[in-house]
Design a protein around this ligand. Structure first.
Ligand code: ADP
Length: 287
């Protein structure tokens, strides 16, 4: 185990012994008087893929946004493993992802108003891929990809450019580097969205229903890319309605309903033998 890891904590038999990257305890989030998350507990293991499934409006996107600091919970803690130092690289196969900021693990207590430093550390750890891509419409593909690493992370332009071009080549979009988002198909825009996330060299990739806005014939390419990244050892949390995809790619699945995690376990087992009646009913409607 590297010093960047939190101590292992089994969340299911399949996960036993895997070092944790992120550990969420008792997360609570309201919008106005509506409590949308209630006592959410989750652990994301290093190199593991966790799929969040559940009915529309159950809180999946809100969980993801809390993991990235895009929403601020009012209660609960998120423990984040240390960012790797410049001497370390994370994961496998992605070559030299290196930490940008803090090299210490920290536990962020949301009931006690987290500091800007804590929130910055949380935001640095992960990168989000959005349902509707969220590319800057007035920037080219290449500008979209280099914006975060150059402007936010203040990394050297030449280094970022080299990485960005390699990533665009990897997803077959080299010839679109100077195109604007409106000139691309939805599938191409989403591949740019994924490249933009990878260019940030995060420890954790967060996908919010990455294919649900795509025409059916464009879904396959994006799912294949996500599967490749999973096979390379990227740590991921994916909100998805694609249960077949979740079965194939995720190590674990958490079923979310009514703002809580109703059931969390090995992906194949949970889909085949759900333990909770609410999970059974949900799966019965979809499978
Ligand atoms: P899911 O991803 O499972 O469809 P969401 O996390 O998007 O669910 O939403 C959970 C609940 O929180 C829903 O009732 C939704 O209407 C509400 N909600 C989400 N975002 C906001 C917001 N920014 N303001 C008010 N309510 C919100």
């Amino acid at each position: 185990m590297s010093p960047a890891d939190l101590p292992a904590e089994p969340v299911s038999r399949a996960d036993a012994g895997a070092p944790s990257l992120l550990r969420v305890r008792g997360l609570q989030k309201s919008f106005g008087s509506d409590r949308v998350l209630d006592s959410v507990d989750l652990t994301v293991g290093r190199g593991r893929v966790l799929a969040l499934i559940g009915p529309s409006g159950s809180g999946k996107t809100t969980i993801l946004r809390c993991l990235n600091g895009l929403e601020l919970p009012e209660g609960g803690t998120i423990e984040v493993a240390a960012a790797p130092t410049n001497a370390d690289s994370v994961g496998t196969g992605t070559g030299g992802r290196r930490g940008a900021t803090s090299a210490v693990s920290m536990a962020i207590d949301f009931a006690a108003s987290p500091s800007p430093k804590e929130l910055g550390a949380l935001r640095d750890r992960s990168a989000m891929v959005f349902q509707h891509y969220n590319l800057f419409p007035h920037k080219t593909v290449l500008q979209n990809v280099i914006e975060g690493p150059v402007v936010v992370q203040r990394r050297p332009v030449a280094e970022v450019m080299t990485e960005a071009l390699a990533l665009l080549e990897r997803v077959g979009l080299t010839d679109k580097r100077d195109s604007y988002p409106f000139e691309l198909s939805g599938g191409q825009q989403q591949r740019v969205g994924i490249v933009r996330a990878l260019a940030l060299r995060p420890q954790l990739l967060l996908f919010d229903e990455p294919t649900s806005a795509l025409d059916p014939e464009l879904v396959g390419d994006v799912l294949r890319l996500i599967k490749e990244l999973a096979d390379e050892g990227w740590s991921m949390v994916i909100v998805t309605h694609e249960l077949e995809f979740a079965r194939e790619v995720a190590h674990e699945i958490a079923f979310v309903d009514g703002g809580t995690i109703v059931e969390h376990g090995n992906a194949k087992q949970l889909l085949r033998h759900p333990q909770q009646e609410r999970t059974r009913q949900f799966l019965h409607r979809l499978l």
